[in-house]
Design a protein around this ligand. Structure first.
Ligand code: AMP
Ligand code: GLY
Length: 421
């Protein structure tokens, strides 16, 4: 059985390593993959956003199944294109991926169906937005409507910052046309939880909850990044909260998408804030999180391919999705200076026996050597019976991995440890 995976980061590496656990899997093609993924799959130099290139390659090799992991190809209709040429696929079609592709769509969906989220206003005109900000409650949150590489959200602590954000998005088009339309929303407070879920549009199976660490610096300081580390499960996500999320958020979202004629099949990511008024949706993503996948998938006991195919074939209710009892911690090593500017091209060295626990995000292979090629370079995940052990073990492994200008946060999981007591 041959599988094609679209994408080339740490998340895709985690998906590929998990798929490899299925003995029936022969070849895995990664488009484009990266120098580290090349050790676990056949990398093909086709960009994840080159939908024509992806379908042309798929027509040639006829994989038995495909997994489209990143947001852009999903929003661009990669699943539609592959399905059209007869290749069964994991991931939502373009109509459903709009739940991440447009913040205005997702906010309006939540409003229409009574799904708890921050109060908001939509603006298509910068002058109107600036006028609104004269009296808006501060802090406030400004969001570009479209995809912006995870950078289209500004938490403004002052009116001036809020106005600057609006000007940057709407007038200077800092995020291109993604920012031509914006959402300004209420600032919410509380612990954040990520819940990824498998859904075939009929059944929703939440995965183990997780906690991301988005800021670049220790103690949640500095700029927002793609994520500097994760732990799972998230101690704030108690059984009681989970039951409430299922009733008030997960099932209503699945039903709402069906009502809209946009049935969602794939991994639906719920970014939640546990406010004092109950759980509220901060964001939906139409895909696995990165680096959430790197802690959630290692805890999955059921075969991933079996679950994915059941999603595609709309028989998820028949599969018993099981999780191990332990804890996982993933620490990301980045190039110093990320997310602003950084040097790359440095050799990465590590003991071979660590490889099963390492997910490469940004590295190229040259003459058998792995060289850093991105901001986030790699993540290392440990699974242990206790959270503290998982944290210690992932840092121990990270200590054995070297490259010049290696940067990582030293406090991944500390907040969760304090909460768990
Ligand atoms: P995103 O890029 O959509 O993942 O958002 C980045 C981060 O901004 C989230 O993880 C939250 O920490 C924060 N955020 C987004 N919306 C709000 C909000 N309404 N109130 C407070 N924080 C928010
Ligand atoms: N780690 C956050 C995301 O994948 O959007």
């Amino acid at each position: 059985m041959d599988i094609l995976v679209v994408g080339g980061g740490g998340r895709e590496h985690a998906i590929i390593k998990k798929l490899r656990e299925n003995k029936e899997v022969d070849r895995i093609y990664a488009l484009p993959g990266n120098g580290g993924i090349a050790r676990d799959a056949e990398c093909v130099p086709v960009k994840a956003t080159d939908i024509e290139g992806i379908t042309a390659f798929a027509k040639k090799v006829r994989p038995d199944y495909a997994v489209v992991a990143p947001d852009d190809p999903l929003v661009m209709g990669c699943v539609d294109a592959l399905t059209n040429i007869g290749i069964p696929c994991f991931g939502p079609d373009a109509k459903a991926a709009v739940i991440e592709g447009s913040k205005v769509f997702s906010k309006n969906l939540m409003k229409k169906y009574g799904i708890p989220t921050a109060r908001y206003h939509v603006f298509e005109d910068a002058e109107d937005a600036l006028y609104y900000l004269e009296t808006a409650p501060i802090p406030t949150v400004i969001k570009a409507d479209g995809l912006a590489l995870g950078k289209g959200v500004i938490i403004a602590e002052t009116r001036g910052d809020a106005k600057d954000a609006v000007k940057a998005m709407m007038q200077d088009l800092k995020f291109g046309k993604s920012g031509a339309r914006i959402v300004i929303e209420e600032y919410l407070e509380g612990p954040e939880v990520t819940v990824l879920s498998f859904t075939d549009g009929k059944t929703v199976v939440p995965m183990i909850s997780s906690m991301d660490h988005k800021r670049a610096g220790d103690g949640d300081t500095g700029l927002n990044t793609g994520g500097m580390g994760t732990i799972a499960p998230n101690p704030y996500y108690t059984d009681e909260v989970a039951a409430r999320c299922m009733e008030e958020i997960f099932l209503p979202t699945i039903r709402a998408m069906n009502e809209e004629g946009r049935t969602f099949k794939g991994c639906l990511y719920f970014g939640l804030m546990l406010t004092k008024d109950g759980p509220k949706v901060i964001e939906y993503n139409c895909r696995f999180g990165d680096p959430e996948a790197q802690v959630v998938l290692p805890l999955l006991e059921t075969d991933l391919l079996t679950v994915m195919k059941a999603v595609t074939e709309e028989r998820l209710s028949e599969v018993d999705v099981k999780w191990s009892d332990g804890y996982a911690c993933c620490v990301i090593a980045a190039s110093d200076g990320y997310p602003v500017s950084y040097e790359k091209g440095y050799e990465i060295t590590m003991p071979d026996e660590l490889w099963p626990y390492v997910y490469i995000a940004g590295a190229a292979e040259e003459d058998g050597k792995l060289l850093t090629s991105g901001g986030r370079v790699l993540g290392v995940t440990a699974v242990r019976p206790e959270l503290r052990e998982a944290i210690d073990a992932s840092y121990d492994m990270l200590d054995q991995i070297d490259f010049a200008n290696k940067y990582y946060r030293v406090d991944i999981g500390q907040r969760a440890l304090r909460a768990g007591k």
